[in-house]
Ligand binder design. Sequence first.
Ligand SMILES: Cc1ncc(C[n+]2csc(CCOP(=O)(O)OP(=O)(O)O)c2C)c(N)n1
Length: 587
Amino acid sequence: MYSSKKNVLETVALFKAHGISEVVLSPGSRNAPLIQSFASDPFFNCHSVVDERSAGFFALGIINRIQKPVAVCCTSGTALLNYGPAVAEAFYQELPLVVVSADRAPAWIGQMDGQTLPQAGVFGKLVLTSVQVPEVHSDEDRWHCNRLLNEALNTCKRPGPVHINIPISEPLFDFSVETLPEVRTTSVVMPMAINDLQSLVERYDQAERVLIVIGQLPANPLKLTSLLEKCRLHGSEVVLVEHLGQYVMPDSIGNFDALISTWNEQQASAFAPDLLITMGGHVVSKRLKRWLRENPPKTHWHIGLSGQMPDTYQHATHFIQTTPEAFLEAFVKLQKKQVAGPVSPWILNWNLASRGLPEPDRSLPFSDITVTGAFLKGIGKFAQKNSPNSTEKRLNTRNSGELSTEKVQNARKMVVFVGNSSPVRNLQLYQKPKDVSVFCNRGTSGIEGTLSAACGYAVGSEGLVFVLVGDLSFFYDLNILTHQSFPTNLRILLINNGGGSIFRQLPGLGNSEIVTNYVSASHNLKAKGFIEASGVRYFQASSDAELDDVLKTWCSLEGNSAALLEVFTDNALNLEASQTYFRSLQP
Ligand SMILES: Cc1ncc(C[n+]2csc(CCOP(=O)(O)OP(=O)(O)O)c2C)c(N)n1
């Protein structure tokens, strides 16, 4: 049975009509009418996460998996503010997070009536739109409510977060309605004027050095990959992509951050492009940003649907407001040069330089860097074991009946959620095994939601979901361990270096007592007690030999609970390993 509140019924019916089926619910009484109505309808897949900060990131994890809008729903007051970090992350990663907050009637805000604050518009510029629907007492109220809800649900597809605030007056608990109302839906159509691209195609065809930089993208950009392949026909393109860009081709370059560290001024200028094309979100490499700012292209196009205009490299000339796929599809149709020319010396130089760079190896001291390498190698081996045949067998035993190709493809793919700070940087020093998707809260680079996001992804996923995270980030996000059905397919590798190790690597910051206590926040905490109390299996390692020994068991599919491997490293060795590696790359 549904709530009798008409604005709640309109909301739930419109979510259904817009196909938003995943809802992360946090407890409360003001939002009980919403909870009751979502949870009563089998269309919705409801999750319960108590801590709203975790709930927000949990929802982002689901969005990473299904690549569709996902709703979070909370009660009034500070509950809503706890969504803040995930809202900011969604804004900068352009993820369609739909925040639904229950509220008191506007007359009662600020009247010492308990659990209220000015909720409408509370996220300011961090949401694409914020609406407050009315309580429905007339036909006009209902039209108003419907119009605002449609507006918000269409806007989140741009994509990005939106906020819907829903005042609900007492009585709250009349759940006597049997069916949802018929509702009007509206949608937005955005045709692209293909001829607008003609002049861009001409410039592209004339350019001799085209650098394509792919920032953070959602998983599975298969269509984008094949379109890029078609577009790159005249032999003058280099593609740079980090692991967060997901896209992998034999000739794309991932180790550019390390490569740039080896260049002198002359080389920095010789490798510069004349046309730069960027798509996707953030790039981790600071060196890339500095290099392109100092050695700018003549033209820089940024392609993105959301309308944001990031001038990351300070020389942007065109913002092309559409999806990379739509842009490339139109672009390929207009391209005249359909035959690849000879590979230019510029491209050859890029490829030679990139291939000539070694990855870090085990001759370095046991450290965050070598642990990261062992982790990637370990899950790569696991990937081979998890061959298509064994995947299909496993899926068949779980779900009788036909398997969709998508399901099999998704189960074959392995997923890594990587924490900010050192883990995301160290991961980039190694090549990524094929069929691994990498996610990170890189929109605002916060350290608070890695585990929660991984958990949100894992709850609906068939395959293993790996997490590589530092200790401060891990302890920050402990609340998610209280999730009622903590996913058994999570494998967490926690690198415990006793604080924020990244700050030890910053030249100039030093190693004073103040830095140790307050900047790095050094500690002696171990995860063991927390982990075992939450029913997750615990492993630990402090040396190469121990790590090799334990990785096999930890990676394996067996076992009916999640597993955490805590690896202890020493900060002096972490610094030594990093310095030794980068020194070894210098000519
Ligand atoms: C919410 C938030 N608070 C503070 C920071 C600043 N910060 C950046 S990196 C970092 C240290 C992270 O330490 P850890 O997760 O242990 O990773 P490590 O660098 O030690 O590998 C901190 C505190 C941040 N990014 N986000």
